[in-house]
Design a protein around this ligand. Structure first.
Ligand code: C5P
Length: 221
């Protein structure tokens, strides 16, 4: 059993991927499985934390010992995370949040019409939840952790993103064949706002989760 170094702490974790509806049967979505967020939830429970898991479209069974809140869209995820963050010691944004959503929702199924070009889909920006939580810091000393999947210039882009978002830790992983989306394994570098760089070798998502909690525990007062 793990050391209960998160005992008495409330940690909020978002997991999965948001879906932005176009009409009653269609949505814009992404390939996030939610497995890394669930690994974070399981390991945080094992280390004694009270865990609120805000889940978006994962279809995974609830991890035992965590309070699970369901959110479908970025707007719903934002509401749920901000609410849970009010008394949280730690917020980890592992969910893949859609950057954009359709500007309009069609209440009836969009139909194709013979001989007509498809209509373009207009998008509007979603709020950046990680940046908002980082700027607000609902409790003193609250630690905020983000994730970033990059395909190139991983570390340089990660450093820039860490500054832009204003979080304490950013877990940067390279999107690749066997890694990250849907996989049981992950490989990452955890960047700290204090300039630290912690490489996490290819391995189970639980191992990456435990490294995140080690770094978080060291930063909690
Ligand atoms: O900017 P990018 O989407 O790469 O950033 C990823 C990080 O930001 C993740 O931690 C994700 O949960 C968070 N995010 C967010 N709100 C958004 C977009 C991303 O909180 N609208």
């Amino acid at each position: 059993t793990a050391a209960p170094d998160l005992a008495g702490r409330h940690v909020v974790i978002s997991a999965g991927g948001t879906r932005e509806p176009l009409d009653p049967v269609r949505y814009l979505g992404n390939r996030s499985s939610g497995k890394q967020g669930y690994a974070l939830a399981r390991t945080a429970v094992a280390r004694g934390a009270r865990v609120t898991l805000v889940e978006a479209n994962t279809g995974l069974p609830d991890p035992s010992g965590a309070d699970v809140v369901r959110a479908g869209t970025a707007t719903q995820l934002r509401e749920a995370v901000l609410k849970a963050a009010r008394d949280a010691d730690v917020v980890v944004m592992a969910a893949a949040v859609a950057d954009f959503r359709p500007a309009e929702y069609a209440t009836g199924k969009i139909k194709k019409k013979d001989g007509q070009e498809p209509a373009p889909i207009a998008l509007v920006r979603n709020p950046d939840i990680l940046a908002e939580v980082s700027a607000e810091r609902a409790t003193p000393g609250q630690i905020v952790v983000g994730f970033a999947a990059e395909t190139d210039d991983v570390l340089a882009n990660g450093r820039q993103k860490l500054r832009r978002k204003g979080c304490d830790l950013l877990v940067v992983n390279e999107v690749g064949e066997r890694k990250t989306f849907g996989s049981e394994e992950n490989e990452a570098v955890v960047l700290g706002a204090d300039g630290t760089e912690t490489p996490v070798p290819y391995g189970p998502k639980e191992a990456l989760a435990d490294t995140v909690w080690d770094l978080v525990a060291a930063r909690l007062g």
